[in-house]
Design a protein around this ligand. Structure first.
Ligand code: NOJ
Length: 769
């Protein structure tokens, strides 16, 4: 990847726009501070940890690791988990903070505790250096927004910005000055649980999201509100073998550079302050200790100038990977590779002093990393704009009406209508709606993964949402019926209720912990008895819409094929306002506009399945000797970019305005889109290209642009796209950029499979004059 200019020259502090002079000033202040620090204090700035828990009662053992596992596997309720925690004593590491051995705290969600540790650092440590308080904010803070995967389905950067902005403000008033987001791992495999945190499978879309999030988090607002952002997890974490979390990754350079690095490059160009290295090994080298990744590529080629933090305990895991003899060696290798901060291993603070003494690490290596961290502390105003705990301000900000409204609006735009035989929106004639399924009322599931900071009390369920929006005289009843387990006890009662109802909304999918970190699945079918129940329900002959609450694309062929299921709404985990957002869509108060940012495979065995694959020499077809599975269709169940609306759009007249263009010019096309239905709707017009002949096999389609437009019935819009020729280039297996003239097919349409096509030509350099 080419070295680019650092675009973050305009550093802003508080509400004052600053320039390179102030950047120099920051550097001077950081250097001055460094000159007064002991070696141990410098290493302290490279150390991050969370609080620890110990039993507060005699005879009671605090086994937090097992409790978390049990809770995530559904064997321990969150309430019981919290009850057990209340019997523990929390150590906020104040002694380490006081002695300058800790410069940053991870995932301290409680604002009073944040105030406490920050006060200890500022008032009681020798040099009064404030702490970086780093928290996972990937989908809001107290007001929970749709999951990142759901957000990417909005294809709407306003949705992405609003989520980041709301999370930023709620976190910032609560004392958080650093967020671990955006998560930028391209995810091509639905078995991988963390696909739910990802921006989907496409690098172009993910790049747009990366830039929007980084800028929003980091941009200072009038009152100084801003947080440092972290692009994570560097890099190619989504490519873990078989979709198993934390697993090994073996990747060609061209895929690394073409698919996995681009969103990070966009984040770096947007000035991202931190990058988190990933857990896995890439081609045998754990990312946390990869000099090639953290220094050569990230800094050398991409121009990153912030600091690198490891993922939790990833430094010590190098020993488990088998690439470091012991934790001491791991500390040296990771620091020298370019890992500036150690999250949670505490290996830096334990071993680096000794390693410097022994000459295995130079003090200047420590200084370099320490300066990077200190500069961010100055840049984000930690020394000047000291955060003050203000209970009233926090109370007025978090989960305020405006934030909840924003989450509701976002939710509506993220849900994807997958199937509709005309039963949606629910007709005004319907007088009694039956909601079925435990997930409908499961507040934790509706909030979804990575929502620890949320508050269940505010969670709107689907029944509540429908009751909030149905016209007077319409009843909404809930019967549990089924859940994600094998239990069939409540089937009969629910089916009997279904026979009496006018309209059925069946809510199926996944609980909060069935996707997310450490939640990979081999079987992508609806878990437990869900498919069985829905099959019987479909036989009741009543209009039935299935609402899916889930983190990953599921193998829902049986629902798609079943004529008794009239509609499927993919609602993901929409967060705090899920119930209201879903109700507005079902009742037609909002016309669904989400489009899939990930391919839905027919079966888990077909994964990884993604739209931007090369053609192969024997592309799948009816002929026997072609690339396909014998037992599932070649085409995906639902392709990338797919989504229905309550109206219809017609595409015509795709015209290439530059049938021949040079490598310095732009490819320009336009296409006409008309709303041919009878209500207002939003359409995401998608532009793809295919490099027909190149020195390396190129994907059958690559997204190069999209526009979300709103059209009234009968309204027509001519949508124009310009793609710099440079963006039609690709990387080779040495990581070199190539731009190869020749024929390109250009597609514009409603999804990656249904699009108009024209051809154009990039001229050879000799033909340029
Ligand atoms: C581990 C996760 O991989 C990472 O995404 C997260 O930011 C850290 N833990 C901190 O919670």
């Amino acid at each position: 990847m080419e070295k680019t200019e650092n675009r973050n020259m305009e550093v802003k502090t508080g509400s004052v726009k600053t320039d390179s002079i102030q950047k120099d000033n920051i550097k001077t202040r950081a250097r001055d501070l460094l000159s007064r620090m002991t070696l141990e204090e410098k290493i302290g700035q490279l150390s991050q940890a969370g609080s620890t828990m110990a039993s507060a009662l005699p005879g009671f053992e605090a086994d937090i690791g097992s409790w978390v596992t049990e809770m995530m596997e559904g064997r321990l309720s969150k309430e019981e988990f919290e009850r057990r925690l209340s019997m523990c004593r929390e150590d906020l590491r104040e002694e380490e903070i006081r002695s300058g051995r800790l410069g940053s705290f991870v995932n301290l969600y409680d604002d009073e505790k944040v105030a406490k540790v920050q006060k200890t650092a500022i008032q009681e440590s020798r040099l009064h250096i404030p702490l970086l308080i780093g928290v996972d904010v990937i989908r809001g803070y107290r007001t929970i927004f749709p999951t990142p995967l759901a957000q990417s389905c909005s294809f709407d950067m306003d949705v992405v910005r609003t989520c980041a902005q709301t999370g930023k403000r709620e976190a910032w008033v609560s004392g958080v000055n650093w967020v671990f987001g955006p998560m930028l791992d391209i995810a091509r495999d639905a078995r991988w649980g963390r696909i739910v945190e990802s921006p989907g499978e496409d690098p172009y879309l993910a790049g747009q999201i990366a830039a929007a999030q980084v800028k929003t988090f980091q941009e200072p607002e009038e009152d100084g509100c801003r947080v440092a952002a972290t692009a994570k997890h560097f890099v190619a974490y989504g490519a873990v073998s078989g979709g198993q979390d934390y697993n090994t990754v073996d990747l060609s350079k061209k895929i690394l550079y073409d698919i996995y690095l681009p969103p990070f490059k966009k984040a770096v160009d947007a000035g991202v302050s931190a990058v988190m290295s990933a857990f896995h090994d890439l081609d045998g080298v754990p990312c946390t200790m990869s000099r090639e990744l953290l220094t050569d590529i990230l800094r050398g080629e991409m121009g990153f100038d912030g600091f690198v933090v490891s993922d939790a305990e990833a430094v010590k895991q190098c020993v488990v990977h088998g690439t470091a003899r012991d934790e001491k060696e791991a500390a040296a290798l990771c620091l020298l590779a370019g890992g500036d901060m150690d999250m949670s291993s505490l290996d830096y603070i334990q071993y680096l002093p000794q390693l410097v003494e022994e000459g295995r690490v130079k003090e200047e290596d420590i200084d370099r990393a320490c300066l990077r961290v200190l500069e961010k502390k100055f840049e984000y105003g930690l020394f000047d704009n000291v955060w003050q705990y203000d209970e009233e301000k926090i109370r007025k900000t978090v989960l305020c009406d405006a934030h909840r409204k924003a989450a509701r609006e976002a939710g509506k735009r993220c849900a994807v209508l997958l199937k509709n035989d005309g039963i949606l929106p629910i007709s005004r004639e319907i007088k009694n709606i039956l909601v079925l399924g435990a997930l409908s009322e499961d507040k934790e599931a509706l909030m979804g993964p990575w929502s620890f900071t949320g508050n269940k009390e505010y969670q709107v369920t689907i029944t509540e949402g429908l009751r909030n929006y149905v016209p007077e005289g319409v009843s909404v009843t809930w019967v549990r019926g089924f859940d994600v387990s094998e239990d069939e006890t409540d089937f009969e009662e629910a089916l009997e209720a279904a026979r009496q109802a006018d309209f059925i909304v069946a809510v199926a999918g996944e609980t909060a912990f069935m996707s997310g970190e450490a939640s990979s699945r081999a079987d992508l079918h609806l878990a437990g008895s869900q498919e069985r129940f829905l099959k019987r329900l479909a036989g009741c002959g009543k209009p039935t819409a299935v609402v899916l609450i889930n983190g990953r694309p599921l193998a829902i062929g049986p629902l798609k094929e079943n004529p008794g299921i009239g509609a499927i709404l993919e609602a993901w985990h929409l967060g705090t306002e899920a119930g209201n957002a879903i109700a507005e869509i079902l009742l037609g108060l909002y016309n669904p506009s989400g489009r899939l940012s990930v391919t839905f495979a027919n079966e888990g065995g077909q994964e990884p399945m993604y739209y931007n694959h090369p053609n192969t020499g024997k592309p799948g077809g009816s002929f026997k000797f072609t690339s396909k599975y014998q037992d599932v269709p070649i085409r995906p169940l639902y392709p990338f970019g797919y989504g229905l609306s309550y109206t219809t759009f017609d595409y015509r007249d795709l015209v290439v305005d530059t049938p021949v263009f040079s490598a310095e010019e732009e490819l320009k096309v336009h296409v006409t889109v008309e709303n041919t239905g009878d209500r207002f709707g939003e359409e995401t017009v998608q532009l793809y290209v295919h490099d027909v002949t190149a020195s390396l096999a190129r994907p059958v389609k690559e997204l190069k642009g999209f526009r979300k437009i709103g059209l009234r019935p009968g309204e027509t819009s001519v949508v124009e796209f310009s793609v710099p020729a440079e963006e039609l280039g690709f990387y080779d297996n040495q990581g070199r950029r190539r731009l190869e003239p020749g024929t390109f097919e250009v597609f514009a349409g409603r999804n990656s499979e249904d699009a108009l096509m024209v051809s154009c030509e990039m001229r050879k350099p000799s033909e340029n004059n």
